[in-house]
Design a protein around this ligand. Structure first.
Ligand SMILES: [Cu+2]
Length: 719
């Protein structure tokens, strides 16, 4: 019943034909395609030349290690961040060129250098990519790496599911990238307008690309949220009671509860749109029993919680960095936890503020105005807690702290303007205007600032060496400058009445503002160059910057107790938790010295290539559905189901690391860090050295407890 096909179709290639390949006839895409092919060849060539295919496959592509999965999430996020930034660059350039009724057009465009059809796609791609394929994987990756370390677990609760989530996200990202060179992307906003996104108004493949990429990432993120919740609830080290949980882990728990409850709504809203487009149902049509407001409600019931899904881990990161670099415990721990859950809870009752102007009754609008403003209370609590944490602390302005403070500043700007948007009466004036755009960019930039802070902060933990500071600081300051130059004019233009997604600006008087924004973009480009230099120099000088277990010297939570880089099993002996800020407490009480202990065999999951293959089939399934290549989709579904069934019969899914190997790994970790002083640093049999780490069996007193092996879910010792 292929009611809606629209246009020519062949059984073999569906709607795909040579005209659908824009890189054959659109200059910009030709160049981009050439660059991408070249880069791809360089990467493949380099891996082949270095003979690293086996390492790549065994060490990374088939891994179920939470740290490596996290790193791959972050790599996907960074690549997509670059793509999203390229889109932003193109948008700004177009708007700076196309101001005033007589602005010239280039390359076939009436104004600027892009046709309305193209800039529409770029706007939609920029939004979707930045929210779903950059910010989300970056934060999911960080949670993946850090949460098991902070709770003293060996891995996630479901390592195999973890890899599935990664490869589904990768499949979605690949689908968005494919739309650049095969066919085109949606051109009606990142969140999709109905009924404009119905097949009769958007007959091309753009909306289908958008819909399936979104859907794949939504499934991946939901799987990930189940995993993180189960991990936090069940995998805590003995003694890790709820109120001893590190604050980033609390943030991860609250944020994944949001994900678990909101992403399914997104999946449903997209699935119903799919039924409309593929089978001709009428969920969102105007007339025939359809209701386009149904889509707006369903989409934003996910869309607003998604904002907090991104912002709560960002707050969690700030709550880790600020105490470490203030050398104080976090002020108001309990209120911080309550505030996270309050924000998570309120996030459910505010979605209508995305369409105040869609003719709801004043009483309804007032309700959502008030709930939106309520968010300011727990957020304010957090802001005060961070300030009081710094108050009278020994504040060190190292890179992670600088990013955290920038995030705090952006939160103030974004929060204030958010309160302005919360008034329905204001929204009637500037709805669909760029004041709102400038506001939410403050919020996503605060998320980005915390992510950069987190990368600086935890990088030594994951890779074993610190990032250099000079280029990193230039990167930081140029990001600050770029943000000022782009967004201050945007706020001004927003109040002047400029609307969103313009392919040209009608008023010549706005030209100076557009040019100032272009300066900001140039500063961002320079920041990007400094970022790359930052990475390059850090990698080059890595042997000079080797990190100790406690890389910053003032770490407080559990992850700073194990080696940098972290061994595959995380902790040679599962630590016993005695208090909140366990590592800081041990340092204060002189309990960082290691006492010789015996290692026990460690039970770990085995690598598997199944998730990668299933992810690839999901990509093929979505690609087939997008182009109506039915045979490809059918084969993919059959293979996915078959792989899942076959995998369930596979018994050989785990392994045991023998104690001797644990001992060797531990010794090697120490030797790398103290190559010259090996003689004067005591190495205990089956243990590790003095100040480096603390897998100790504390025998000082009974109630301090004795470390035990294996991850027991619940604490038995309390003090
Ligand atoms: Cu909202």
């Amino acid at each position: 019943m292929f009611v809606h096909l629209q246009g020519p179709w062949s059984p073999l290639l569906g709607r795909l034909s040579a005209e659908q390949l824009p890189f054959l006839h659109i200059p910009i895409i030709e160049y981009t395609f050439a660059v991408v092919v070249l880069l791809g060849l360089v990467v493949v060539g380099a891996v082949t030349y270095l003979g690293k295919w086996g390492y790549l496959w065994r060490g990374w592509l088939t891994t179920v290690d939470h740290k490596r999965i996290g790193v791959m999430y972050i790599l996907i996020g960074l690549v997509m961040l670059l793509r999203g930034f390229a889109d932003a660059f193109m948008i700004r350039l177009q708007q700076a060129m196309a101001v005033g009724p007589h602005s010239p057009g280039y390359m076939g465009a009436i104004h600027g250098y892009l046709t309305p059809f193209h800039i529409g796609q770029i706007f939609a791609a920029h939004g979707l990519i930045m929210v779903v394929f950059a910010a989300t994987p970056l934060l999911v990756g960080l949670m993946n790496i850090i949460v098991p370390l902070q709770i003293g677990a060996r891995d996630m609760a479901y390592p195999y599911l973890n890899a599935m989530g990664l490869w589904l996200t990768a499949g979605g990202a690949a689908l968005v990238m494919a739309s650049l060179f095969i066919g085109n992307f949606a051109h009606g906003g990142w969140y999709g307008f109905v009924p404009y996104f119905e097949l009769s108004y958007s007959p091309g493949v753009g909306v289908d690309y958008w819909m399936w990429a979104f859907q794949l990432s939504a499934i991946g993120t939901s799987l990930g949220s189940i995993n993180l919740i189960a991990t936090i609830v069940k995998m805590r080290a003995p003694g890790m009671t709820w109120m001893r949980l590190p604050i980033f882990t609390w943030a991860s728990l609250s944020t994944n509860l949001i994900a678990l409850t909101s992403f399914p709504v997104l999946m449903v809203s997209l699935a119903l749109l799919g039924l409309d487009r593929y089978l001709g149902t009428h969920f969102y049509t105007a007339g025939m029993g359809g209701n386009l407001m149904l889509y707006n409600d369903l989409f934003w019931i996910w869309g607003h919680p998604e904002v907090y899904f991104l912002i709560l881990p960002a707050f969690g990161i700030m709550s880790e960095i600020i105490p470490t670099f203030s050398e104080k415990t976090l002020f108001g721990y309990a209120t911080m936890v309550i505030a996270s859950f309050a924000i998570g809870g309120v996030s459910w009752g505010v979605w209508l503020h995305h369409f105040f102007t869609m003719a709801a009754a004043p009483s309804v609008n007032s309700f959502y105005s008030v709930t939106t403003m309520l968010v300011g209370i727990p957020t304010g609590v957090k802001v005060f807690n961070w300030i009081f944490t710094m108050y009278r602390g020994r504040v060190r302005f190292e890179l992670p702290m600088m990013w955290a403070l920038l995030a705090l500043f952006l939160l103030l700007v974004g929060g204030m303007t958010g309160m302005m948007n919360a008034f329905a009466s204001n929204d009637y004036m500037w709805h669909n205007g760029i004041f709102v755009v400038a506001h939410f960019h403050m919020m996503v930039l605060l998320i980005a600032a915390s992510i950069f802070g987190a990368v600086e902060y935890w990088f030594p933990k994951v890779f074993g060496f610190r990032l250099e500071q000079k280029w990193g600081k230039l990167f930081f300051w140029f990001m600050v400058l770029g943000t000022g130059f782009v967004f201050v004019p945007m706020f001004i233009l927003g109040l002047a009445g400029m609307t969103r997604r313009l392919d040209y600006i009608p008023y010549a008087a706005w030209a100076p503002y557009m040019q100032i924004e272009m300066i900001g973009i140039a500063l961002y480009v320079m920041a990007l160059a400094f970022f790359l230099a930052h990475l390059y120099v850090s990698l080059r000088d890595r042997s000079k910057n080797l990190a100790e277990a406690d890389a910053w010297g003032t770490g407080r939570s559990l992850e700073w107790m194990t080696h940098s880089p972290v061994p595959s099993y995380n902790f040679a002996i599962t630590p016993h938790i005695n208090t909140r800020d366990e590592w800081a407490w041990r340092k204060e009480n002189g309990l960082t010295e290691l006492h010789a202990g015996e290692y026990e065999p460690i039970h770990m999951p085995k690598n598997t290539g199944v998730p990668l293959v299933i992810g690839a089939f999901f990509f093929a399934l979505a690609f087939g559905l997008t182009w109506r290549i039915w045979w490809l989709s059918l084969i993919s579904v059959v293979l996915i189901v078959l792989m899942i069934i076959l995998r369930s019969f596979q018994k050989d899914t785990d392994m045991t690391i023998p104690p001797e190997e644990v001992e060797r790994t531990e010794k090697r970790a120490i030797d790398t860090l103290y190559p010259s002083s090996r003689a004067d640093v005591p190495v205990y049999p089956g243990g590790t050295v003095g100040t480096a780490t603390a897998y100790q069996r504390l025998s000082a007193s009974e109630d301090v407890g004795v470390s035990s092996t294996g991850t027991l879910p619940h604490a038995s010792v309390d003090r």
